[in-house]
Design a protein around this ligand. Structure first.
Ligand SMILES: Cc1ncc(COP(=O)(O)O)c(C=O)c1O
Length: 430
């Protein structure tokens, strides 16, 4: 038995499914999950000392490369001053100010410890602010695992559950709660207009992945984005951009800077914590003023604004803000995608690609899908074969066809070439 197999057998005895987050278990693709020992730059090494080019980068956060020396130094320095105080620090103000500068729609921000906490808190705040209950979300979008958001959800839910029914995607979520969540098809302007015509006066919030990354990568169309902004404004609903995945990853100012849209609230996570457990939600001052201790919407956290996480996040944001960072990341990612497409064409396999900044999608279909339904019709069996062939060649892709992929600034020309070569071998074999 390999070390990975031994660890997986052992893990399953004390950890449900052997993992602490479901997609890590390789359920869609089958096989033994890799247990990671260490990582550096664009690479990680598993328990059997096999090296992989990492194309998930902790599902997004590690945009400056694993164990980036500058981030490590910032974390080490912070850690010597203790890990947590439960009292405010100057570092939190610096970080809040920097994020407000980078995303001008955010006038005030609150730090939390996970993306789930950010979206859950933003929804509560929107409901408290509007005194309404109904929320609108879109098929295949994942916003963390708060109860009201687990309806037709993407990511692991799309991988495991029958998300086709208009019912909770997860056990343990009361139907009574889900009835306040209206789920609409992504990129469908007609359905959105109809929903607002019928229910507009009861809608507290519309929450959107502005570039979806939890049903593979799917861009919102310009018409859809325009309709989302104007209808929420017209009916007095809070527009929440869930940029947990896309914030500081698709562009320095997030998707909202690409869309030229000012959402009312924004949720952030992943990159802003530099790989440490940190996330945030923020937006209009008037809405944020409803939060305790100013207002009556309660939200709190023992580890919120954790000083070590703040140090990692602040240094990461400093690095991604440097001139040329996003141009380089975008170019390398595009080059990688073009290379994969070329190799698939060479092997005569229907295949398409897309990318924005350091986030990418590839699809075993002739054209890039624009809806949840279209993604579920791509060739999942071909994906599984490709995943294992690439793993064998030393490239670690997301172990599900319903997840986006992520690069980092450490994925330089040599690394991109290494991946493309692995793809050439893999496409021949599948
Ligand atoms: C768009 C989006 N929102 C929210 C979340 C939840 O974040 P977390 O896993 O940190 O709870 C995720 C996680 O992947 C996400 O992609």
């Amino acid at each position: 038995m390999s070390q990975n197999e031994q660890l997986f057998a052992r893990a399953q005895k004390t950890i449900p499914g052997g993992v602490n987050s479901p997609v890590r278990a390789f359920r869609q693709v089958g096989g033994i999950p890799r247990f990671i020992k260490r990582a550096q730059g664009p690479y990680f090494w598993d328990a059997d000392d096999k090296r992989y080019v990492d194309l998930i980068m902790s599902w997004g956060p590690m945009i400056v490369g694993h164990a980036n020396p500058e981030v490590v130094e910032a974390v080490q320095r912070a850690a010597t001053q203790s890990f947590s105080y439960g009292a405010p620090t100057a570092g939190e103000i610096d970080l809040a100010e920097r994020i407000c500068e980078l995303m001008p729609a955010i006038e005030q921000i609150r730090l939390v410890s996970s993306g789930t906490e950010a979206t859950m808190s933003a929804l509560r705040l929107a409901r408290g602010y509007t005194n309404r209950d109904l929320i609108i979300k879109f098929e295949g979008c994942y916003h963390g695992h708060a109860d009201s958001l687990l309806v037709k959800a993407g990511s692991g839910l799309l991988t495991f559950a029958d998300s086709t029914k208009n019912a909770p995607s997860s056990g343990g979520v009361p139907q009574d709660l889900v009835k306040h969540t209206l789920v609409l098809p992504y990129n469908d302007v007609g359905a959105l207009e109809e929903a607002f015509k019928r229910h507009g006066d009861h809608v507290a919030a519309l929450i959107l992945e502005p570039i979806a990354g939890n049903m593979n990568l799917i861009r919102a169309t310009p018409e859809f984005v325009k309709a989302v902004r104007s209808l929420t404004q017209q009916y007095g609903a809070v527009l929440i951009y869930d940029e947990v995945m896309t914030g500081f990853r698709v562009a320095l100012g997030g998707t909202q800077s690409l869309h030229g849209i000012k959402p009312d609230l924004t949720c952030l996570g992943k990159v802003m914590g530099g790989g440490m457990p940190m996330a945030a939600f923020g937006g209009k001052r008037e809405i944020m003023a409803k939060l305790a201790p100013l207002g009556n919407v309660y939200q709190a956290g023992t580890l919120s604004g954790n000083p070590v996480a703040v140090a990692a996040g602040a240094k990461t944001l400093e690095i991604v803000s440097r001139p040329g960072f996003f141009e380089c990341l975008t170019e390398q990612t595009k080059k990688l995608m073009a290379g994969l497409e070329q190799e698939a064409n060479r092997a005569k396999i229907p295949f398409s690609v897309d990318s924005v900044g350091g986030m990418f999608g590839f699809y075993f279909s002739q054209t890039v899908p624009t809806s949840y339904e279209a993604v579920t019709k791509t060739d999942i069996e071909a994906f599984k074969r490709f995943f294992h062939a690439m793993l064998n060649e030393g490239v670690y892709l997301a172990p599900s066809a319903y997840e986006a992929g992520f690069t980092s600034i450490a994925h330089d020309n040599a690394v991109v070439d290494e991946i493309i070569l692995a793809a050439r071998q893999s496409f021949q074999k599948i």
